[in-house]
Design a protein around this ligand. Structure first.
Ligand code: SAM
Length: 329
């Protein structure tokens, strides 16, 4: 069957599924302090997610990442992992999590077939971590990372969103977590997806500046960037590990973007910077045929924007897009 191709010839190979909009943290750069949750009835069931993911795999999607909200807050998430791991053609199955429930869930997630884990960790100072995450317990997240290491997840990554005046003094310290080579640390440029609209260009620390700050302590060698990758990686000259930068703001990587997203309430979102999506749920819930759903997907991807710049031009300025927890990052 023909692969899912957009109007510029980019093929969708990676599907990011938000399994819930709910989260037990309140990261200021991601969501409002008092979010309005989606009604349960609007959130896709495991069977619906499985069906959509299976159809995506029939048209070329090979990798799935589960996100949220906080994916580990979705009850019995291991059941969904097991279903998705069994889809023929799915080679990579991973999750992005805040790590709060990871210590207890890492072994069962591994058994269910999850391969990779990315844990968000924005500070190594417990008090600051708690402040950034709206009360997140630092030690519990560190335990989660240790449990993920012990369970043998690969790839195992740490994501840190860097915000000027907040945690940019910790860039080299965070990078040092990657020195042993058992985890990759990736720094994300702050994007306009926060809940309380604190975002501003002045708070963005560019990927170039992040690399320069790491280089004040460690020599780095850039690695070739695989097509479709969100991160530019660098190896430590004197270590085993690597760090990366995700430069969605200063150097967007749209020309070979191979991602497509499914929101918790069943919208296909071709680009992270889209303000709306294509609502697949009515079709799913009115016994739409597989062919009708595949046609819907084909139409949605054809409307994928050429890149972040085009969308930002459309919105006239770099402005608040939406809270990140509604789409999953
Ligand atoms: N709850 C999970 C977590 O904390 O990792 C998964 C969902 S979270 C929305 C997915 C990723 O998006 C996280 O790595 C988070 O740090 C990142 N993120 C959230 N808001 C962001 C923003 N405004 N700019 C850049 N990255 C952001």
């Amino acid at each position: 069957m023909a692969v899912l191709t957009d109007s510029l010839g980019r093929v969708a190979r990676k599907l990011r599924i938000s399994v819930t909009d709910r989260c037990n943290f309140r990261c200021q750069f991601c969501m409002p302090t008092h979010p309005v949750w989606l009604p349960h009835s609007e959130i896709l069931t495991f069977e619906e997610i499985y069906r959509v993911a299976s159809l995506f795999s029939r048209v070329g999607v090979e990798n799935i990442r589960l996100s949220g909200g906080e994916p580990l807050m979705r009850r019995d998430i291991e059941q969904l992992v097991e279903l998705l791991a069994g889809i023929p053609g799915i080679r990579g199955l991973s999750m992005t999590t805040n790590g709060f429930l990871l210590a207890e869930k890492a072994p069962s997630l591994k058994r269910a077939g999850l391969k990779g884990i990315t844990v968000s960790l924005h500070s190594l100072k417990p008090e600051r971590f708690s402040q950034i995450t709206g009360g997140g317990p630092f030690e519990k997240v560190i335990e989660g990372i240790k449990a993920a290491k012990a369970s043998g997840f690969s790839p195992l990554r740490i994501n840190a969103v860097i915000i000027r005046g907040c945690n940019d003094d910790e860039i080299a310290d965070l990078a040092s977590l990657a020195l042993e080579g058992d985890v990759t640390v990736r720094f994300i440029e702050y994007m306009p997806f926060d809940g309380e609209r604190h975002w501003g260009v002045d708070k963005v620390v560019s990927g170039n500046e992040i690399v320069a700050r790491v280089r004040e302590r460690y020599a780095l060698v850039p690695s070739p960037r695989p097509a479709g990758s969100t991160a530019q990686l660098y190896e430590f000259e004197d270590g085993k590990g690597e760090v990366g930068i995700i430069t969605s703001i200063t150097q967007p990587f749209c020309s070979d973007c191979d991602r497509i997203r499914l929101s918790a309430d069943g919208k296909i979102v071709p680009c992270l910077f889209d303000k709306t999506g294509f609502d697949l749920r009515p079709l799913l819930r009115t016994s739409g045929s597989d062919e009708a759903i595949l046609n819907f997907m084909r139409n949605a991807i054809l409307q994928k924007a050429p890149g972040v710049e085009t969308l930002l031009k459309k919105y006239q300025q770099l402005e608040h897009i939406r809270p990140m927890h509604t789409i999953g990052g």
